[in-house]
Design a binder for this molecule. Structure first.
Ligand code: C5P
Length: 218
């Protein structure tokens, strides 16, 4: 893959975080959360443009293309892809809620497209993981040696992502990541090992951990 465009989804409300404004703009180690991801992306030579899906009325960060996000995360990805420059043949999607992603993680996902339609950052699962029914009865224990906790960045051959997102709103609304849509369409998806530090800020605890880790970088 030669040139790539980055889509950063930052239009979530952050209800589980209990923040007053949108999550991507919560200040972390002195800067809005979104800015940490933008800095990492600006350091990746293959990335020629960055599109950010934003909440209504949010200011577009400098040097990026802003677009208003959609109702669910995948709708925001689709809105961002629709305004991305057409020449790039690879697309890397990233959640603004993962401010600890490093340039090398974006580059590694893009490099893995050599023999895949999509490549996702992921950490090996360390907890024993069980499947249970609605009453809490355990159905089975999964073999954790084969399990990965999937993160973003997720890199895609552009045609594969475009086809995966060309679906009714309700199908997209059920997808918790974009690679699962490529998998469902029969695409080849690879995991790229990534550290657990690339955590997603969802709860107040995540925010405290991310703040500590980012403060060490300053
Ligand atoms: O809600 P969650 O933490 O899973 O959201 C993951 C990412 O998707 C966040 O960066 C959030 O801002 C983004 N998102 C979005 N549009 C939505 C919902 C979430 O851009 N409608």
């Amino acid at each position: 893959m030669s040139q790539a465009v980055a889509l950063v989804v930052a239009a979530g409300r952050g209800e589980r975080l209990g923040s007053h404004g949108p999550k991507a703009f919560v200040v972390l180690a002195g800067r809005p959360m979104l800015e940490w991801s933008l800095d990492a992306l600006r350091a990746v030579p293959e990335i020629e443009a960055i599109v950010v899906a934003l909440p209504e009325n949010a200011r577009t960060p400098s040097g990026t293309i802003g677009v208003v996000g959609g109702r669910e995360r995948s709708h925001s990805v689709r809105n961002a892809l629709a305004v991305a420059p057409p020449d790039a043949d690879a697309v890397v999607v990233h959640d603004a809620a993962r401010p600890l992603a490093l340039p090398e993680q974006f580059a590694a996902c893009l490099a893995a497209l050599e023999d895949a339609d999509a490549a996702v950052a992921a950490a090996p699962v360390t907890d024993t993981t069980k499947e249970a029914d609605a009453d809490g009865r355990v159905l089975r224990t999964l073999d954790r040696r084969t399990l990965w906790a999937v993160q973003t960045p997720q890199a895609f051959r552009r045609a594969a992502l475009e086809a995966a997102l060309d679906q009714p709103d309700e199908v997209l609304a059920r997808a918790t990541d974009d690679a699962s849509l490529v998998e469902a369409a029969g695409g080849r998806v690879r995991v790229v090992a990534s550290p657990r530090e690339n955590l997603k800020v969802t709860t107040p605890l995540d925010l405290r951990v991310a703040e500590l880790l980012l403060a060490q970088r300053c």
